[in-house]
Design a protein around this ligand. Structure first.
Ligand code: ATP
Ligand code: HMH
Length: 269
């Protein structure tokens, strides 16, 4: 079985972060492992507190995994602060980790800073060069590139800018625009538009985490970056189609729709 690591923050409500990643890994038939960078107290309505994990403990989690187990792909999500970013970059370089997907998580849907503003530079200089695929949403791409994004053409320009910062592929996600959910994949030469109709739902908690975890799982399974991304896009689309309301706010996507469909359970939730 392929083994995939998520390096990310914990979401107590289970819709995003480490919890989303492990669910996506299971649904892809890969073995999920985790390095927890921060613990958040959050739910469908917002983020209420964050406790960063000591850098020494982050180092030890990375060491414990890589000293013992072969890691086929790594997904990086919430990294919180500069020291954490440096520890992750050093650890991944030390063990020559491959198939790294960086989701440059910055601000939660509810507006909470999951990456300290002063750590954006460190994310750019330490993590982007290690990435096989980086998956910014529109506000993150604007922050990284300094460009304003309105149109698909603007997305292409920003993807091109981000590509020269070092990642092999840039997947700029269009979830924050208004029409179809169009993401743009740039490999340094050509742009591929991946488009699905927009689903009318407010339950999109953890969409970005889920997509990047699915891409990492697909890379571990041996798919090319292009295939890993287009399969990931199909996965997130169906997971949003089957998303559901828990709590009073933005509900989570559904990772196990295939299993439930097979068992005739989708309507019993
Ligand atoms: N309502 C929707 N219908 C269909 N696809 C969507 C919808 N919202 C987002 N997507 C898709 O979901 C994926 C994640 O995109 P999005 O831009 O929402 O990520 P994100 O903002 O990083 O998510 P998060 O808030 O979890 O950080 C993309 O492929 C995007 O096109
Ligand atoms: C822990 C965590 N990571 C990522 C996100 C994505 O927005 C979130 N809400 N929480």
């Amino acid at each position: 079985m392929k083994k995939v690591l998520t390096i990310a923050g914990s979401d107590s409500s289970g819709g995003a972060g480490i919890q989303a990643d492990l669910k996506a890994f299971s649904a892809h038939g890969v073995f999920g492992m985790s390095v927890i960078t921060a613990v958040t107290a959050q739910n469908t309505q917002g983020v209420f507190a964050v406790q960063d994990i000591d850098v020494a403990v982050i180092d030890k989690q990375i060491e414990a995994i890589f000293d013992d187990i072969t890691v086929d792909a790594v997904k990086i999500g919430m990294v919180s602060r500069t020291e954490t970013i440096k520890a992750i970059a050093n650890g991944l370089k030390k063990y020559n980790a491959q198939n790294i997907v960086v989701d440059p998580v910055m601000i939660s849907k509810s507006g909470y800073y999951l990456l300290q503003p002063e750590a954006v530079e460190a994310l750019i200089s330490y993590l982007l060069p290690l990435a096989s695929v980086v998956t910014p949403n529109i506000p993150e791409a604007e922050e990284i590139s300094g460009l304003k994004i309105h149109s698909l053409k603007d997305m292409e320009e920003a993807a091109k800018f981000i590509h020269q910062l070092g990642p092999k592929y840039v997947l700029l996600k269009g979830g924050h625009r208004e029409d179809d959910a169009t993401d743009i994949l740039f490999d340094g030469e050509s742009y591929q538009h991946l488009s699905t109709p927009r689903i009318a739902t407010q339950n999109t908690h953890g969409t970005g985490c889920t997509l990047s975890a699915a891409i990492a799982a697909n890379l571990a399974r041996g798919y090319s970056a292009q295939e890993a991304v287009s399969k990931g896009k199909e996965y997130i689309h169906t997971a949003i189609e089957h998303s559901f309301a828990i709590g009073k706010g933005v509900g989570p996507v559904h990772h196990f729709y295939n299993l439930y469909k097979g068992a005739g359970m989708l309507n019993d939730e």
